[in-house]
Design a protein around this ligand. Structure first.
Ligand SMILES: [Zn+2]
Ligand SMILES: [Zn+2]
Length: 268
């Protein structure tokens, strides 16, 4: 028996004698099956071939990234607050080195994840630290390994310890969530956005897509809803899903400018 992990997206499935016939996350129109067809691995195999790089980006914020790249290749973050720490987003590789790094910094009080593409091995991380995993209930159908530690929240916002807020933006996924950290960027505030508000390679703008790999845009109403969701929360910095994809300052203005450009591009 093993919990199989999809090589293309990093999603871990529930314990089973045989790997699932297909990956529901990859076969859905927002993702894709790899060129070589559906491939599976396990956490034990992954631990032999990969490691997680850890780098402190500013006081209280460490990024983790798996090397060599695995799955979608996103970053996960350890966010430290005086009232407890949160793991934001998740990596498939849950290993002793990363666990020890987090324990040295007083462990975790919670895990929160932006959307199903980064659920990965969330249950392994939840077990390692014995903490709840906060997911928006509107994405419940995409949980491939159910667990008692998963706590589905509903509505538009959810407070976490340390003044953190989960904000439901929708868009990329119906329950698509970003995390507001008021202490980030030297107290000017930061948003951690996963793919829900995607920092683009010029690091001067963001985008909002239904599917990034398959280039499916959102409609105007969905883009306006994302902007309206984050507007009440002051932030200057935006940490996106991928390495170096960070808007260091002017985050709110960047969201407004990028949304206006997007709406022009998709209008008649
Ligand atoms: Zn997959
Ligand atoms: Zn995604």
């Amino acid at each position: 028996m093993a919990c199989n992990i999809c090589v293309t997206c990093g999603t871990q499935y529930a314990d089973a004698e045989h790997p699932p016939g297909h990956c529901e996350i990859c076969e859905e129109e927002r993702q894709f099956v790899g060129l070589d067809g559906q491939k599976w691995t396990t956490l034990d195999e992954l631990r032999l071939t990969h490691r997680n790089r850890a780098e402190e980006l500013e006081p209280g914020l460490t990024e983790f990234e798996t090397e060599p790249r695995f799955g979608i290749g996103q970053r996960a973050y350890l966010l430290e607050t005086p009232r407890g720490n949160v793991l934001w987003d998740c990596l498939a590789l849950q290993d002793d080195t990363t666990t020890a790094y987090i324990r040295e910094r007083r462990g975790l009080t919670a895990i929160a994840i932006s959307h199903p593409h980064y659920y990965t091995t969330m249950v392994e991380w939840g077990e390692a630290f014995d903490v709840p995993i906060w997911l928006h209930e509107d994405d419940q159908q995409w949980v491939m390994r159910p667990d008692d530690r998963i706590s589905f929240w509903s509505g538009e916002a959810q407070s976490l310890p340390g003044g953190l807020t989960l904000i439901r933006c929708g868009g990329h996924f119906e329950g698509g969530t970003v995390l507001h950290w008021p202490g980030g960027a030297g107290g000017r505030g930061a948003l951690l956005t996963g793919d829900v508000i995607q920092v683009t390679p010029d690091r001067r703008s963001v985008s909002f897509m239904y599917s990034y790999p398959n280039y499916i845009p959102l409609n105007a109403a969905a883009v306006r809803r994302v902007v309206a969701a984050v507007e009440p929360f002051p932030f200057d910095r935006i940490y996106g899903a991928f390495r170096h994809m960070t808007i260091l300052q002017g985050g709110m203005a960047t969201v407004h400018r990028s949304a206006a450009r997007y709406l022009r591009a998709i209008s008649d």
